[in-house]
Design a protein around this ligand. Sequence first.
Ligand code: ADP
Length: 453
Amino acid sequence: MPPTSKTSWQRTLATLAVVLALALLAGLAIGQPWPALALAALALLAVHLLRLRRIMGMIDARMRLPPPPAGGGGAWAGMERLLHRARHEVGGRERRLVEMMRAYRAVAIALPDALVVVDRNTQRVIWCNAAADRLLGLDYPRDKGASLCERLQPLPLAHWLSAGRHAEPIIDAASPADPAIRISLRLIPYSDALWLLVARDVGKLMRLEKMRRDFVANVSHELRTPLTVIHGYLDMLEPDETSDWEPIISEMRRQSQRMTQLVEDLLTLSRLEAQDTIEEDGVAMSPMLATLRREAGALSQGRHDVTVEDTAGVDLRGSTRELHSAFSNLVANAIRYTPSGGRIAVRFAPAEDGGAVLSVEDSGYGIPEPHIARLTERFYRVSSSRTRETGGTGLGLAIVKHVLQLHQARLDIASEVGRGSIFSCHFGPGRIIDRLDDPHEEPHDQTHTGESA
Ligand code: ADP
């Protein structure tokens, strides 16, 4: 007990003792000690009850307690002092908390990104910051309690919100407030009951990205003509087989061929990147597989055992040209990264989800695990010397990834060093159409080409 409380208690007990002693003396003087003592005790009780009522009233009314004089007074004064101190401390803590909350809110309000706190169950707006007005057209408190999907109408949010924690960020969409503003959206479930929707202006990023794309496309385009001229003149040169120039000219031809391929691949990538959608033709898979088999045979020159299996019996919806470019890239890689005598299997099979999978399996060199995730990056190579040997540009798998993205399909890569690799293109059920069978076409199931070396 603090010393002030102790002295207050002592003072109260001393007052009690003095009053009772005086009452006893007065009682003895008049010959009625007990009634006098009882009266004095009752009076003391009444005084204490009154003080108790006063303090309870103050606490009940949440009145500001006047700071009691320090030190003096009895137990009740001590009690008032303690209460005053506790109130003072709680008040200070509350003030600090409020200041902290105001500071956090000021930061959230000042952020250039739109922040919207959403009730997870009802998907209604609880709070949003100032940037939400510019980027999403939401205003607080006007839109408090509004349904998020309804307020951000042109954005297809219903499906996205239902995915909740697993919702992939929307990378680029037009703002519902102003279609000229491009935004990205991300959903952060930060508690059991609340989500935070974060929208960011990505216009500048998109413009930079477009500048980069245009730059690469323009440079590639500009390189095309001089390369064609160089290539043409190199083709016209016919050095004597035995002349010193023969190996030099052969190497120059090879390199100019490689550069032409690079430029063509860069132009293909730029074209694919600039597209948001793809033509929605029917892609006849029987002729497609036949073409792949022919191309594989031409590339392999009989050095590999190539099989083509078709157990899916369906066609795809999409662009025949782009899908052919993706599939033939995978087949060309399988041939290039499989030594002579290896096996290449191209399979078109049904998938469990009702879609279909086109896979290209080889028994080649395989790819070490750490490289697999990065293979679809431009110019990423596991071994640059091997790529140079095989004449690759380093852009093939980047093209495959883009083509598949445009078809909402995904590329899976499984590989084991020394045993081979499987590259699988998964098409969802939405991309499947019934096959319009050509009665004159021979079935392609289990077709072989080339021969085991
Ligand atoms: P490249 O023109 O170099 O082949 P790609 O983008 O097609 O470029 O492939 C990237 C890299 O992935 C290649 O350099 C190669 O190292 C590796 N790779 C691709 N396909 C295979 C495969 N079937 N087997 C082994 N490695 C492969």
